[in-house]
Design a protein around this ligand. Structure first.
Ligand SMILES: C[S@@+](CC[C@H](N)C(=O)[O-])C[C@H]1O[C@@H](n2cnc3c(N)ncnc32)[C@H](O)[C@@H]1O
Length: 136
């Protein structure tokens, strides 16, 4: 958090905020309704044992809907084939629209730059291990 805050101050960024919160389920206490254009879910713990804990499960989707503007977008980047498959099933179940699906980000030359150029800490680790990175 310190690294991020320091970077945003040094680069005089006007649209950053950092929130250290105990439970993502409480996000609506900190963010007003329908004010986000996009939500990025980057390498979440795939929570293989419990579907309700997955960040793309119904209870979280309901929360995202509350926070997003009507045409808002959710991005998922993951190395977990299980979470990716689960998310595709959820999308079908709730009749959501897939704007872009990339099954192997680093093998797809048409992948947008922002998906390839920006690495989080965990992404760096996964790429080093040669894991397949997926995007929805
Ligand atoms: C593998 S780390 C990825 C961190 C960072 N996004 C990155 O790419 O380097 C997963 C993060 O998701 C957070 N997280 C919190 N609640 C979660 C939930 N219900 N399901 C999955 N991940 C959750 C964990 O605390 C952890 O910081």
């Amino acid at each position: 958090m310190w690294v991020g805050a320091n970077y945003s101050l040094t680069h005089q960024m006007q649209n950053t905020a950092f929130l250290r919160a105990y439970n993502i389920g409480h996000l609506e206490h900190y963010i007003p309704e329908h004010c986000l254009e996009e939500i990025w879910i980057i390498f979440p713990d795939p929570q293989l044992k419990k579907d309700r804990k997955k960040l793309t499960s119904t209870r979280f989707s309901k929360l995202y809907k509350k926070l997003l503007i009507p045409d808002g977008t959710i991005h998922l980047k993951t190395d977990s084939s299980e979470l990716f498959k689960f998310t595709l099933e959820q999308i079908e179940l709730y009749n959501l629209t897939i704007l872009r699906q990339i099954d192997n980000v680093y093998a797809d030359p048409s992948a947008p730059e922002e998906l390839v150029d920006i690495h989080t800490y965990y992404e760096g680790l996964h790429v080093k291990k040669g894991r397949t990175i997926r995007y929805l």
